[in-house]
Design a protein around this ligand. Sequence first.
Ligand SMILES: [Zn+2]
Ligand SMILES: [Zn+2]
Length: 347
Amino acid sequence: MGTQKAIVKENPEAGLVIKDVPIPDKVGPKEVLLKVKAASICGTDLHIYDWNDWSKVNIKPPRVIGHEFAAEVVEIGKDVTSLKVGDYVSAETHIACGTCYMCKTGNKHICQNMKIIGVHTDGAFTNYLVIPEENAWKNPTDLPIEIASIQEPLGNAVYTVLSGDIAAKDVLITGAGPIGLMAIAVARACGAGKIIVTEVSELRKNLAKEMGASFVLDPTKENVLEFVKDLTDGLGVDVGLEMSGKESALETLLSSMKKRGRVSLLGVFDSDPVIKLNNDVIFKGLDIHGITGRLMFQTWYQIKSLLENKRIDLSKLVTHKFPLSKFEEGIKLLKKGEAVKVVLYPE
Ligand SMILES: [Zn+2]
Ligand SMILES: [Zn+2]
C-alpha cells in the first residue's frame, strides 16, 4: 500500500493541509477505485476550510476533501456490473442508503441517512478514492476533464432551472456565482424569455452576459424591483431562482414575482431570513420550493443531454487551473470573488 498527496482537514479548526495519506486498498463488492484526473473547488470546500457551523457538525477530521471531479475507473468490486476498468466517470456526491423512506419513494437525493463524498467519506483532492458503484456517472469520452469535473454543481443549476416551466418565461436569477452562472446558461438553452440577473462582482457580471443574461443589475446600485416592473408591464417575472443565500436578494426576488409565479430556492442562508409572507407569498399565490442536490439520476441525464447536444458552453467558467499543491491560491481567489471555478490536478 503506497501513499498519495491529499488535501486534508487535519484538525477541527480553520485551514486545510496537503499531506501524504494511504492510497485506499479496500474496494467493497459494490464499490469502485478511481484515479482522479481533475477536481474543482466548491463553495462547500470554502466552508470546510473556514470550519463553519455546518462543517463542525458534518466533518470528522482527518478527512480528505473534494467532491467535484473527473476520474478513471482503475479497479472494480466483485459485484460491480455497470462499470469496467478504464471507464471515464464523474460522480453524484450524495451517497444514498437505498432503504429509507425517502430512497424508497424515489427521493434518494434527500436520503435520511445521506453521506456526502469529501465530507462523510474521503474525497477527490488526491490521486485515488473509492466510491459506490451507484454514484459513478459515466462520461462521454470526448468531454473535457475540466467540464466533467464541474457537472455536480451544474446539476444543482439544471435541477433548479428545470424544476418548473422555463420556456418563454421571464426569469430573475439572484446571484451569479458558479451555479447562478450555470443556471443562466441552462435557462437560455431551454428557451427562457428575458433573463434578469443580479450580481455585484464585475467578473461575474460579465460572465452572466456571456452565459446569456438579457440584463445584469448591481442590486447595490440599481432598483431591481422598479427595473423588473418596467420590463414586465408591472406584472413581475414568472420564475425566480434564488442563488445567492442573501436575505436582501430573497426579498427583492419575492417582491419581483408575478402572481402565481414559481420560486426555486437553492442558495443557503447564514441565518433564516424574514420574508413578507402575507403580501409577497400568500396573496400572490406563489409556488415556492427548496432545491438540494440533484435528482438521482434524472438530473444527470438532463446534464448529459445539454452537454452532448452542445446546448451549453461552460468553458469560460473554468477561470483557473492549478496543480493540487497550489490549492491555497485557488481558495484565495475564490474568496476574493476573482475566480469562478478553480480546477486542481493531482500530481
Ligand atoms: Zn460542490
Ligand atoms: Zn436513504
